[in-house]
Design a protein around this ligand. Sequence first.
Ligand SMILES: O=C[C@H](O)[C@H](O)[C@H](O)COP(=O)(O)O
Length: 240
Amino acid sequence: MSVESYKLAAARRALQFVEPGMRLGLGTGSTASKFVELLAGEVRAGLQVLCVPTSEETQRLAEQHGIPLTTLCETPLLDLTIDGADEIDGELRLIKGGGGALLREKIVATASDRMIVIADSAKQVAKLGAFPLPVEVARFGMTATRNMIEMLAADAGCHGEITQRLLSDGAPFVTDGGNYIFDCAFGPMEDPEALDEALKFIPGVVENGLFLGIADAAIIGGPEGVAVIEAQYGESQEAV
Ligand SMILES: O=C[C@H](O)[C@H](O)[C@H](O)COP(=O)(O)O
């Protein structure tokens, strides 16, 4: 079995949480894309849902598959968001934004009654932070913003290299919102809440990839099968 098959198994299990008439948030990334493709099959078979994509990329994918879309302006409350993650800890705290969609993902997830994370088991960590934390910043004053991130993160116990995300040709990566991203290699975090608070304090920071207290459940695909971890009820393992 491959990582791709674990992602697919998690995405397939997530479909069982979708009910007719739901307003759904559609995540971004390779795992969320598998969910979108599976959902498209259900829509073709007659399932009625209305969806808000968390990125231009997911919007294109959903449109290609004929999934009915809306916006948060027209539909500001959603029932359920299904999205991937770069890291998940034991308290369902997440790092997201490896694909640069963190801002819209956080807006959509917090506009939803429930957020379910889907991932392969390699994303599970004891402590967040091996994956560099994506921080989306306004272009204006970005060097000053970078310096403030360094200073306030240090006050929150986090030190490490902060690098601007670039494309393979060396051009800056630009988010759907027109902003830049700093990837912050802080290493394992003792206190993600303190770091989140510190980052929120910086005017040039648009959003950061820590999703704390947002996910209600995680569906993890791995060699042992699929585990469903619910914030209130703990973990139940299911066969592949
Ligand atoms: O910005 C991207 C998102 O936060 C993704 O959900 C995250 O990076 C996980 O992506 P993948 O499922 O491709 O590992």
